[in-house]
Write a protein that binds this ligand. Structure first.
Ligand SMILES: [Zn+2]
Length: 126
């Protein structure tokens, strides 16, 4: 990673293009629930509404995403990923997403639609 290329917002030690950028552009699909979770966090940071909507389960997908009151995200930590691999149809990912002035602690559920991982819903954790 060169000094002039910013790291991916999801926190992995890779450039954006080599990491979540591949999924955002549609060049490839996130291979696991955790990879999808990371790419969706990066999409929130970059305010990529089309990617967030197309990786949202059709049953729970909102009509649109308004970033007007969105927090300023500052970091992501994956706490635990259960199932969600190539061998599964479902998975959960527990994470902490920090933003200026606070932190979101959530357990998110993912499943596959047409083979691709999508976000279903999530529970806040105290
Ligand atoms: Zn990434």
């Amino acid at each position: 990673m060169s000094r002039t290329t910013p790291a991916c917002p999801c926190g992995l030690p890779a450039t954006y293009e080599d990491c979540c950028g591949r999924y955002h552009s549609g060049a490839s699909a996130a291979p696991s629930a955790e990879a999808l979770m990371r790419s969706r966090y990066a999409a929130f940071v970059r305010r990529d509404a089309p990617y967030l909507l197309r990786t949202w389960h059709p049953d729970t997908r909102p009509p649109g995403i308004d970033f007007a009151d969105a927090p300023r995200w500052t970091g992501l930590e994956i706490v635990e990923a259960v199932e969600g691999s190539a061998f599964h149809q479902r998975g959960t990912v527990t994470f902490r997403a920090r933003y200026r002035g606070g932190e979101l602690h959530e357990r998110s559920r993912f499943s596959r639609v047409g083979g691709a991982w999508v976000y279903v819903d999530g529970d806040f954790i105290e």
